[in-house]
Design a protein. Structure first.
Lengths: 152, 165
């Protein structure tokens, strides 16, 4: 990879990593409040909100951690991209139904109020980062495979 | 290439399964409670819970309507401003933020054996639960919490009153 691409790869990877490690860590602190935020989307049956709240933050944290450590980056990207896609669909359905709720993306007890539209825009940005990191890493590996660069 | 993608997808599944398993291991009592109907209130993770009987029980929207129809009292725990703007039709205001000033009048007018359901601004809002606890410790025998609160009631298209309506 060219120097600029290496810098861009690591910056994008770290931005994604910190976002998901933080998102997972704060939601782990108050799983019940997070369940309430999911319930406000009115998508899942009542008890399922608790099941998702009890598991999702840990998947987010783990995927973020792998990105942070620069190991198993592409499986982590698939997980992060998949979750992000689900979040975007949920937010889109909130917008279409005209519900006025907090997205619950980060600190569930923090009192910050992020509208569904703003959260959807942020998720689009995260999705671009996912694609960018995947593409830069794949490009780097192709060049290494062709012997143009030393593996690194 | 295809083999690579398969491996990546498989590893992603393992990652998700591992994270979910870890979360379930730590939170299984909560999930079990949710699926068996013994739902805990949004505040119970941060407070010591010694006796279930001393906690206001969570109710769903259908039960709120049943209790209203059978003479129970619906109590709005939100601020007086929010109550004035919009509230569940038939609900009385007992704002948690002014509980010290307002409680004595409430105690003087509402019988201790009347069924009471508190609500506030939905999930994650602690006032309805806190008010429920206050009412139980004041001697009320049957206090319940409508966790979906005003947003769920409004979104269900049920009757509301107030200046903002």
């Amino acid at each position: 990879m060219k120097h600029a691409q290496i810098v861009l790869y690591h910056l994008s990877r770290l931005a994604l990593a910190f976002t998901f490690v933080y998102a997972g860590a704060v939601k782990m602190q108050d799983v019940v409040a997070f369940a309430g935020h999911i319930a406000a989307y009115q998508i899942l049956p009542y008890a399922m909100n608790y099941l998702v709240a009890a598991t999702l933050p840990y998947v987010e944290f783990l995927a973020g951690l792998l990105l942070l450590l620069n190991t198993r980056v592409r499986p982590a990207l698939v997980a992060v991209g998949g979750m992000n896609l689900v979040f975007m669909l949920a937010l889109l359905s909130v917008l279409l139904r005209g519900l006025d709720i907090d997205c619950g993306c980060f600190d569930p007890g923090g009192g910050q109020d992020v509208s569904a539209a703003a959260a959807l825009l942020r998720d689009v940005g995260l999705m671009i980062l996912v694609v960018l990191v995947w593409w830069l890493r794949a490009g780097g590996e192709r060049r290494v495979a062709r012997g143009e660069e030393e593996p690194g | 290439m295809l083999r690579d993608l398969k491996r990546i997808a498989l590893e992603a599944c393992v990652l998700i399964a591992f994270g979910a398993l870890f979360g379930l291991t730590l939170n299984h009592p909560l999930v079990m409670d949710a699926f068996s109907g013994r739902l805990v209130s949004p505040q119970s993770t941060t407070e010591e819970v010694n006796s279930l009987a001393a906690l206001p029980m969570p109710v769903l929207i259908d039960e709120v309507q049943q209790v209203m129809a059978s003479g129970g009292l619906i109590v709005d725990a939100r601020s007086p401003e929010l109550y004035a703007l919009e509230h569940i039709e038939g609900a009385v205001s007992l704002p948690m933020v002014e509980i010290d000033a307002e409680l004595s009048e409430f105690l003087g007018t509402v019988a201790r054996n009347r069924v009471i359901i508190t609500y506030c601004s939905g999930f994650g809002c602690p006032d309805s639960f806190d008010l429920g606890m206050t009412l139980i410790s004041s001697g009320y025998l049957d206090v319940r919490v409508f966790e979906g609160g005003f947003p769920e009631w409004r979104d269900a298209g049920l009757p509301i009153l107030g200046e903002g309506k």
